[in-house]
Design a binder for this molecule. Structure first.
Ligand code: AMP
Ligand code: MG
Length: 426
């Protein structure tokens, strides 16, 4: 038999509500960058740099030709005109990766390829299309009928990057551009933050393994797999624990073990006020610290975060949407901070609501949506299908979360709202 509820005095029903921003800052103020490791450059994509990399040489480090053509001395052609051609002697050819045998002297030109090193003495390159070679066998010559400007068609030393410039800042996520820069500066191994190892635990009597046949009253555990994907997207390494029923002692022993072994633990289910919601009791009476257990947000208001020996326990709602949103709001930023990211909180943009939103709420609501650009180039957003907070299908379809502020009326179409873009999916 279950005990009768006393709503007025039971602390489970009287939690302290804090705003999403306050909850995020409570989490972030306690997260720090984790350990570092050295990895080969080819494995560095998606990781976060743990050291600042600066250019140790200028780019280009030699004067490069931007064109196929001839390297010349501008002074030689100063007097050239339609009626007054100037003849230059073509002394040699410089292909990419080779260098001229000597510097260019007055009256000389060198045939040069795109990207090749411009010889000493030359100060401009004339495009191949703008010239014709003349001269007899063994004596190559160029006839030019107009002057050139010093610096034409060449890239001087350091024009793109100066020596000592910041290339990849510590904490920065390594994408395609960072990969190219690290390679340019010879970083065959890269110092990165370790990927946090994250244990994932679903709780609930109703849960079935993915491979189990459906039974009346039961559902397959889908949240663990969704969370594993979210952990990966945030740069972490997910570890799926077998789901546990709503039994405090079982859940507790699994979670306490996982807290020892992993950098963070994410649970789903059992955070609410129901009789079987064990996460409240667990985090209210444990050796760790409770950061919060009620956030002014929907879905996911009972989202709970605790800390044990500096490691976070994120207890998210079981409702798949609430679980998803709770992860995006709190777990993703925390995992990014553990990897050294400087601004890990979700990035907001504003967009015009394309349809009215009628649900009233005293809490900020995060609704799955799709954003687009209208014919004037302004961002617009509409709901991704039905706004059922327990719908999983719209997690697949949405490309943003629409942030609906607390309202006590209908929000008309055209209202500007914040959106949080989710990663590119399709
Ligand atoms: P709870 O937060 O435990 O009250 O769960 C809220 C709702 O989410 C219930 O309908 C659960 O059946 C569902 N749910 C809980 N855990 C999971 C899970 N791991 N996968 C899918 N649905 C879940
Ligand atoms: Mg449950």
């Amino acid at each position: 038999m279950t005990k009768p509820n006393n709503y007025a005095t039971d602390p489970k029903f009287n939690r302290t509500i804090i705003s999403v921003q306050e909850a995020q800052s409570r989490v972030m103020s306690r997260m720090k960058a984790g350990g570092v490791e050295f990895i080969p450059l080819e494995e560095a994509y998606g990781r976060h740099a743990a050291a600042t990399v600066r250019s140790d040489v200028p780019v280009p480090h030699f004067c490069r030709s931007m064109m196929d053509g001839y390297a010349v001395r501008a002074a030689d052609l100063a007097s050239a005109g339609l009626e007054k051609p100037v003849r230059l002697r073509v002394t040699e050819e410089v292909a990419c990766g080779t260098v001229a045998s000597r510097s260019l002297r007055p009256g000389e030109a060198v045939r040069i390829m795109t990207g090749a090193q411009v010889p000493e003495g030359a100060d401009a390159v004339i495009k191949l299309e703008e010239t014709t070679e003349c001269g007899s066998a063994g004596k190559r010559e160029l006839e030019l009928r107009q002057p050139v400007t010093e610096g034409d068609n060449l890239l001087p030393v350091g024009v793109e990057i100066e020596q000592g410039e910041l290339m990849v800042g510590s904490g920065r996520r390594i994408g395609a551009g960072e990969m190219a820069l690290l390679a340019m500066f010879g970083c065959a191994t890269v110092q990165v933050h370790r990927r946090p190892r994250v244990a994932i635990l679903s709780t609930g009597h109703e849960l079935l393994d993915v491979s189990a046949p459906l039974e009346p009253g039961k559902i397959r555990n889908s949240n663990s797999f969704m969370l594993a994907a979210q952990v990966r997207e945030a740069g972490g390494i997910p570890h799926l624990l077998p789901h546990v029923p709503d039994e405090l002692e079982r859940a507790k022993s699994v979670i306490m073990e996982a807290m020892k072994e992993f950098d963070a633990v994410v649970t789903t289910g059992g955070v609410s006020v129901g009789d079987y919601d064990v996460m409240y009791d667990l985090t209210n009476n444990w050796s760790g610290e409770l950061l919060f257990n009620k956030v002014a947000m929907r879905p996911g208001s009972p989202t709970t975060v605790g800390l044990l020996h500096g490691k976070p326990l994120f207890a998210l709602s079981g409702n798949p949407s609430a679980c998803y949103v709770g992860f995006e709001m709190f777990v993703r930023p925390a995992l990014l901070r553990m990897q050294g990211a400087h601004e890990p909180n979700p990035h907001r943009m504003t967009a015009a609501l394309m349809e009215p939103f009628a649900k009233q709420d005293r809490f900020e609501r995060f609704v799955r949506g799709n954003y687009a650009t209208d014919e004037n180039g302004n961002l617009t957003v509409r709901l991704a299908g039905i706004d059922m907070s327990n719908a999983t299908i719209t997690i697949r379809d949405a490309d943003c979360l629409i942030c609906i502020p607390p309202t006590n009326g209908v929000m008309p179409a055209g209202t500007r709202v914040d959106i949080i873009p989710l990663r590119l999916r399709r």
